[in-house]
Design a protein around this ligand. Structure first.
Ligand SMILES: NC(=O)C1=CN([C@@H]2O[C@H](COP(=O)(O)OP(=O)(O)OC[C@H]3O[C@@H](n4cnc5c(N)ncnc54)[C@H](OP(=O)(O)O)[C@@H]3O)[C@@H](O)[C@H]2O)C=CC1
Ligand SMILES: CCCCCC(=O)/C=C/[C@H]1[C@H](O)CC(=O)[C@@H]1CCCCCCC(=O)O
Length: 329
């Protein structure tokens, strides 16, 4: 028997989540039965989707949703050896009993020197979001100019670096001067702090006077209304997320899109990573190779301690992270 800790959604969020929205609970888990494995959390992923999805999919009292890298501590399932690691969507909890059907093994050629936390980020869900948004939705080509917002985050840092690998010009914006310096270190051609500029329109024009072929949108809202005006004819827009709206308390009026979309014949498409599940294996191998070759740098924002899950989540939504937000147990 093991005592699992778990964070529940005590009360639905209104605006930015608060510590009081969460409750820490404990649960006794029995020993695994035949076919089952007992998992122990090693790294928990902290992601923006948890904010809107919790409203859509959770009841008050439910365990918060989320993925983690876990270690198999006891196994009665021959497919999972004790001591091996898996990814599992079991929510914000320290231990979980699984029948094995919901587990994704870490790629078998994972290099020993790479932290397993990258399987939640650069070589995991957020890396895949960047890759698919660029290749499948933007259909980005060499020498094109790309704009990405929330550029210093998990998805944004990957978008800019993959665009550079493909021979494109990358423009990124983020919410602090330190983040902007980091984007330049990563090889972004232009970067600016959207919180300190006097005009977003001017900053976008200065960064790419000829306009943008591709726009990878993590932020939505007013930013998108302004960015659309600076797309080139036949530009492509990948709608990845709209984090600027996740904490809204009243329905948001969408960006005004028609005149730009029609007159410039733009293409805009939303996507979810899971659409290309059939490509995940090969895509993860491509991301892993770029990381091993040093062509992609991975920064993580690691918070220690399961008790800090709510704080890490609130901080990420407030811009406190550079790179992928992860909690280490
Ligand atoms: N479609 C898909 O399949 C997927 C979509 N996503 C989406 O990608 C986006 C980025 O996710 P991820 O990389 O994991 O998160 P990040 O690591 O980028 O963290 C979130 C960042 O968003 C920025 N942010 C917060 N509030 C605002 C705001 N009001 N305006 C502008 N920026 C804001 C902050 O950076 P700053 O300091 O720059 O403001 C913060 O650090 C999210 O919208 C997410 O939902 C993610 C994964 C998969
Ligand atoms: C308007 C909201 C847009 C949110 C976009 C976003 O961030 C989507 C992220 C998903 C991504 O495509 C694949 C995922 O893993 C994210 C959703 C995961 C939901 C799983 C819920 C189960 C769980 O983790 O317990």
């Amino acid at each position: 028997m093991v005592l699992a800790k778990l964070w529940t959604l005590q009360q639905h969020f209104e605006g930015l989540p608060k510590e009081s929205n969460f409750e820490l609970k404990q649960e006794e888990l029995p020993d695994p039965k035949d076919g089952e494995v007992l998992l122990e959390a090693v790294f928990l992923s902290v992601d923006p989707y948890m904010r809107p999805y919790s409203r859509m999919h959770l009841k008050e009292g439910d365990t918060m949703m989320g993925a983690q890298v876990s270690r198999v501590v006891r196994s009665r399932n021959p497919s999972y050896l004790e001591g091996s690691h898996v990814i599992v969507h079991c929510g914000w909890r320290t231990h979980f009993l699984s029948d094995g059907s919901d587990l994704t093994p870490i790629p078998s050629n994972w290099p020993e020197e790479l932290p397993l936390s990258l399987a939640l980020g650069a070589i995991g869900m957020t890396g895949l979001a960047a890759l698919y948004g660029l290749e499948e939705i933007c259909e980005i080509k060499a020498e094109e100019t790309l704009l990405v917002n929330a550029a210093a985050g998990a998805v944004g840092t990957m978008v800019g670096q993959i665009a550079k690998i493909k021979g494109c010009r990358a423009v990124g914006c983020a919410g602090s001067d330190d983040k902007v310096s980091y984007l330049k270190e990563l090889g972004f051609d232009q970067a600016f702090n959207y919180k300190t500029i006097s005009s977003l329109e001017d900053a976008l024009r200065e960064a790419a006077p000829q306009g943008y072929d591709c726009y990878f949108d993590n932020v939505g809202g007013d930013f998108t209304s302004t960015a659309l005006a600076q797309m080139k004819p036949f530009g492509r827009i990948a709608l990845s997320g709209s984090i600027s709206t996740y904490n809204n308390t009243a329905p948001h009026r969408g960006p005004s899109i028609h005149s730009h979309m029609i007159l410039k014949q733009l293409r805009m498409e939303g996507f979810l990573v899971e659409r290309w599940k059939h490509k995940h294996h090969d895509s993860l191998q491509r991301l892993l190779a770029w990381v091993k070759e040093g062509r992609i740098k991975c920064r993580e924002h690691i918070t220690e301690g399961f008790e800090n899950m709510p704080a890490s989540f609130i901080s990420m939504l407030s811009g406190g992270n550079v790179g992928k937000a992860v909690v280490k147990i």
